[in-house]
Design a protein around this ligand. Sequence first.
Ligand SMILES: Cc1cc2nc3c(=O)[nH]c(=O)nc-3n(C[C@H](O)[C@H](O)[C@H](O)COP(=O)(O)OP(=O)(O)OC[C@H]3O[C@@H](n4cnc5c(N)ncnc54)[C@H](O)[C@@H]3O)c2cc1C
Length: 464
Amino acid sequence: MGRLLKGGLALGGAVLGVAALRRALNPAPRYAPWEKPRYEEFEKRILIVGGGFGGYTAAQKLCERVRRREDVGVLVIARDNFFTFWPMVPGIVSSDIDARNVAQPLRRALINSGASFRRATLEGIDRENKRIVTDGGLDFPYDQLIISLGAQPNFFGIPGVEKHAMSMRGVRDAERIRNRVIERFEEVSLIRGEVPDSKLTFVVIGAGATGVEIASEIHTLVHDHLAPDYPNIDPNRVRVFLVEGLPQILPELDPALQRAARSRLHNDNIHVMVNTLAEEVTEDCVMLKGGENISSENIIWTAGASPNTAIHDLGLPVDKRNGVTVDEYLRVEGADDIWAIGDCAAIPDVREAEGGKFIPPNAQAAAQEGYVVADNVIAVLDGSGDIRRFEYKPIGQLVELGSDFAVNEVMGVKFSGWVAAMFWRGTYLVRLNSPQSRARIAADWILGAFLRPAVTQIRGSSEE
Ligand SMILES: Cc1cc2nc3c(=O)[nH]c(=O)nc-3n(C[C@H](O)[C@H](O)[C@H](O)COP(=O)(O)OP(=O)(O)OC[C@H]3O[C@@H](n4cnc5c(N)ncnc54)[C@H](O)[C@@H]3O)c2cc1C
């Protein structure tokens, strides 16, 4: 009898545990569907355009601040209905990370927090009537508007880059690069005679964090994942070049970490060319300043980004980089109801040591700006006037070179190697906002320690 009771209690405990876990992983939305007022019906309306690091963080913080209020509505409008977790995008190239887990559902996270979401593309702002205009001729009202439209590649007018190089501005681009590598392996495995060098040469232009990570991911894809499936192709015939105009790679990192990264790239046989400028790109060649050429049909551009050009048509003030100019409170110059954050904004750095500079475009800055803009918008809506300056607090930088090596600088502490790679993984895993993505990526990484990922090219899913 006693054993039966114990068994019953254990079973009951397990059922309750599972129910609690399910509830924690699937929190109930703030509003039941039939209770939620329409965004337009709220007394005070905050409209956020862009659902990336800046916009999403601002929305979450705003929802937290107005959780117990019935007068404030928050609407997010974005071109995509997913949130791109940028630090993991390069991992899609080697197939270490599944694209579906990097593009996380935006709608669900926002609805659960109490915001509304519409997928639409911003086309204009009617400042007089306090409305934005989107594709399809729709318009949405606002009392306070936050703009966080991100960035896009900047080709600096170098001939042929836009036409012939692959850029790296999203999940689809990462899939395209992976498909290109697989495509070349398929093509070369059919060639009976001499294989042109250009087929198996990959040139990454730009050795900032994204360029270094992409070059390493191509190496991993070729040597760890593809080579065993293509026994007639010698993986050592594949050449990967990393071309950088500055005198060093990863310019934002400490010199000791730059050296660690370079020696890792060297060991992986990735040819690093610093002080080297690309002058022109053709279908099968990169022409370098000084006359040297690299014969390649696979060129990837990561060397520059600039604010999203969509802001050109909004009639807002911009600086010479075309970022929306804002004051130190993140408010658009000359406006009292429009704010801009993230990569599309030119935000003055108020730290003394950085006098006269602008905040660098990165995810941690965009997220920090999201928190501050949310507080400032609420202060303005409520008329408290208690707004605060944005002061950037850089936490550090993490760069992964393959699954077992990273170079990290965190609050002044510099470290590299396997421990740094584990730190990279742990840090970004907990920052993913979807519990499903977190669990799936963790499972993939554990499985990846024992099994090679299945790497296939689904033709038609991208341009390759
Ligand atoms: C490959 C890659 C890797 C990166 N890795 C890191 C990293 O490891 N660490 C780091 O700190 N930073 C990293 N960054 C930089 C970082 O991603 C950006 O600085 C950050 O995402 C900026 O946030 P944001 O909100 O301004 O823009 P984003 O996060 O890009 O969001 C832009 C939003 O605007 C929407 N949008 C765009 N145009 C329109 C329109 N016309 N109408 C409506 N919506 C629109 C998009 O759908 C999206 O929701 C990386 C960038 C890239 C490209």
